[in-house]
Design a protein around this ligand. Structure first.
Ligand code: TXA
Ligand code: MG
Length: 326
């Protein structure tokens, strides 16, 4: 753990500073409405390379490119009518579209794929950066490869702080899980590649069963972020069914429920993601609480699965990957 980097409050001067650093090719931690990102100039190969290095990410796992507007995105990707309609309805927001790339986007960003994942983010601080720059920002989640995604600036500083100059503080991320990724290459058969804050129903798509696939290390994956083992804390995670209780709990283990259990006296190792069981709140708190429990000295985290609807589908997707065996 290292806190060498600066956590910058989002003052006008600090935004100016970040704009200068990004123009110089630096890679910085930035807030988004989903999770914190590790951002660099998407059109500068050296910056893109730095992103992979800082994150310790294999070059086979492509990056999402963030734009300030649909118009800016149109210059770098081939839209179709359906993608354009989704962008008009959901951007700025937590929707990433996979579309054919134009030549301005290098193969390094897309891991050699002819498509690129793009979104216009909604976080006001991230937007103010993008509006000041004349290039888009490539940004994966700002966690070391395979670890839990960061939802606070402090998470970024604690895990990548010795490798970046600064992280811009935008507070706790609203959604707490990464954007929904939809493959729109074929507008007649759009596919959800990663469940997220926007559900398949909201997007007018079918919910595909997201499989936990073992990655092949030979070529870029159709959905390379969908590695079986991902989002994992150092402490082993086991899951139990929604609405149930774990069968056996050691004192050295922590139990994480969706909702505060109804009991007069709760054991000290009992935690919950929401007072009321609200799914939006459960997602918002998920990575934050897992990171907190991960440094709590527990031998194991027993976590309740969420209800399999709306953003609960994304929560369960992340939990299944976090609990996958190493
Ligand atoms: O909410 C988010 O999407 C956050 C914030 C920072 O924007 N970003 C994020 O990036 O989650 P990352 O790199 O952790 O996950 C992006 C995933 C990649 O792992 C990859 O699977 C998928 O997006 N992806 C990127 N380009 C793709 C492509 N051309 N085809 C299919 N999937 C792609
Ligand atoms: Mg990620």
């Amino acid at each position: 753990m290292s806190h060498a980097c600066k956590i910058l409050q989002a003052s006008a001067e600090n935004i100016d500073l970040c704009v200068d650093l990004l123009r110089d090719g630096a890679v910085l931690g930035v807030p988004t409405e989903t999770v914190y990102g590790l951002a660099g100039n998407a059109l500068n190969e050296e910056s893109v390379r730095k992103i992979f290095e800082v994150k310790g990410r294999p070059l086979l796992d492509p990056l999402i490119v963030h734009f300030s507007s649909i118009e800016q995105a149109e210059a770098h990707v081939e839209f179709n009518e359906r993608a354009r309609a989704l962008a008009a309805q959901f951007w700025p927001g937590a929707l990433t579209l996979v579309l054919p790339k134009k030549d301005t986007i290098s193969d390094l960003v897309t891991a050699g794929l002819p498509s690129v994942a793009v979104r216009v983010p909604g976080h006001p601080i991230f937007r103010s950066l993008l509006k000041r720059l004349d290039f888009p920002l490539a940004a994966p989640s700002a966690n070391p490869f395979g670890y839990v995604s960061p939802t606070l600036a402090e998470h970024v500083a604690a895990t990548l702080g010795d490798r970046i100059l600064a992280v811009l503080d935008g507070g706790a991320c609203e959604h707490g899980v990464e954007s929904t990724i939809a493959d729109l290459r074929n507008p007649n058969a759009p596919m959800i590649l990663r469940p997220g804050p926007l559900s398949a129903e909201q997007l007018g798509m079918q919910n595909v069963e997201v499989e936990l696939k073992q990655p092949s290390n030979k070529s870029a994956q159709p959905a390379p972020g969908m590695l079986t083992l991902h989002y994992s804390p150092d402490t082993p995670i086991t899951l139990f069914r929604h609405g149930e209780r774990p069968s056996c709990v050691q004192q050295s283990e922590a139990v994480l429920y969706n909702t505060k259990p109804a009991a007069d006296k709760l054991a000290e190792n009992t935690f919950w993601l929401s007072e009321s069981g609200d799914l939006t709140e459960i997602a918002h708190n998920l990575f934050m609480l897992i990171q907190k429990l991960d440094v709590g000295g527990y031998t194991q985290l027993q976590v309740e699965r969420a209800e399999d609807v709306d953003i609960g589908i994304a929560v369960n997707d992340r939990l299944s990957r976090a609990a996958a065996k190493r």
